[in-house]
Design a protein around this ligand. Structure first.
Ligand code: NAD
Length: 253
């Protein structure tokens, strides 16, 4: 067996609780493009970062929604299914390990695979809410119209009708559940990063915080190098699906 796979297997076998930190790279094998592959959206002189930002949403919400839906393939979202990477993490959980997933992804595929403890740091694309009355709407509702509006009837009997905001952390928004995620990361026996360039702040500080506490082995599985690679005890530069298909997911010893 490849010595790196053997080492990964041994680290997984010895761990009772594993914190898995995932990025867009875990979902590429489900057909969802990652961030770096998109190379920016040049449309009306806008870039990806311009569109997926709080200020753009607040200034031009009618233009925001069609572009946002196109960037994140919202109409096709129900067609994306968990792949070998997501299934592997879910299998570790059903094999008896305590699994915490910290994900930067907004696609909901970890929950679809069956993982229970998932910290969606950047929110979920499958929900939206009214910025005024806070009513929550599901994906089917968001997809009904090009520009989704709130259908809640206010106390004065009038339709709220405000343009909804996706439950996604836009550039300029605060992230969700950061403290809970850090706590999960600091309370595991093994910390694994799967498919992230670790370029996005402040979530890329979570591996740094784990490293500084230095209590647990750290593993990275990613196709490309990142600037934080030296933090990790084991680095495997390969496709996540290929690597995890060689690992046994057994019960806690
Ligand atoms: P990123 O695009 O910056 O980096 C992805 C990394 O994954 C790259 O380093 C690449 O080498 C690696 N990778 C891609 N496919 C892989 C595979 N099959 N096996 C192993 N490695 C693979 O992603 P990021 O670090 O998550 O940052 C992107 C930001 O964009 C995040 O904030 C995320 O919220 C958002 N985003 C989310 C989705 C999603 O929900 N699926 C998709 C695109 C972007």
């Amino acid at each position: 067996m490849d010595p790196m796979i053997e080492r990964l297997q041994s680290l997984i076998d010895s761990a009772k609780s594993i914190c898995v930190f995932t990025g867009a790279g875990i979902s590429t094998e489900s057909g969802i493009p990652d961030f770096r592959s998109q190379n920016g959206l040049y449309r009306q002189n806008l870039t990806f970062v311009d569109v997926v930002s709080r200020s753009f949403f607040e200034r031009r919400p009618k233009e925001f929604w069609p572009l946002f839906k196109e960037i994140f393939h919202i109409k096709m979202l129900h067609e994306y299914k968990p792949n070998r990477g997501h299934q592997f993490i879910a299998a570790l959980q059903s094999g008896g390990k305590d699994i915490r997933v910290i994900t930067q992804n907004i696609d909901g595929l970890h929950q679809d695979a069956g993982n229970v403890h998932v910290y969606e740091i950047h929110g979920s694309i499958k929900k939206g809410h009214c910025p005024k009355c806070k009513t929550i709407y599901d994906l089917a509702y968001l997809n009904e119209k090009d520009i989704p509006r709130c259908s809640h009837i206010l106390e004065n009997g009038r339709l709220c009708a405000l343009i909804l905001k996706p439950n996604v952390v836009l550039f300029g928004d605060s992230i969700y559940q950061f403290e809970e995620a850090v706590e999960a990361a600091l309370n595991c026996d093994l910390f694994i990063v799967l498919g992230s360039s670790l370029e996005v702040t402040p979530v890329n500080q979570i591996p740094v915080i784990v490293y500084q506490n230095r209590k647990v082995p750290m593993v990275m599985i990613n196709r490309d190098e990142t600037r934080y690679d030296s933090l990790f005890d084991l680095r495997i530069y390969d496709s996540i699906g290929e690597v995890v298909s060689k690992i046994q997911t057994k019960s806690v010893r």
